[in-house]
Write a new protein. Sequence first.
Length: 120
Amino acid sequence: MLQIKINGAVIAATPSEFQVEVLDLDDAETTTRTANGVLNRDRVAVKRQIQVSWPPIPMNKMSALLKQMSGVYFEFTYPDPMEGKYVTKTVYVGNRPAPMAIEKNGVVWWDSLKVTLTEK
């Protein structure tokens, strides 16, 4: 099982999907393409963007998970494919849609949750 953590605590619910994207950030002003199509690139940073999603989860776990990600920034520990080991990055979370809730046997379940975490 993955040892994913938020601020040092094990993540409140195990994700069903997890995708790490390595992003190159280029300087918008100094990265240019010449008239013959040659790219003159000024890469200023390499960052991570992580897509994480969960299957249907009960309300108590949904609440705990959203609270773990409620800070403006937070520490996220995950297995990084480029580093070849677990790393901790400071990230922020984008929108956190939680579609369709149903109640089953007295427990409210949310259909899913999908978030994008972006390295600071």
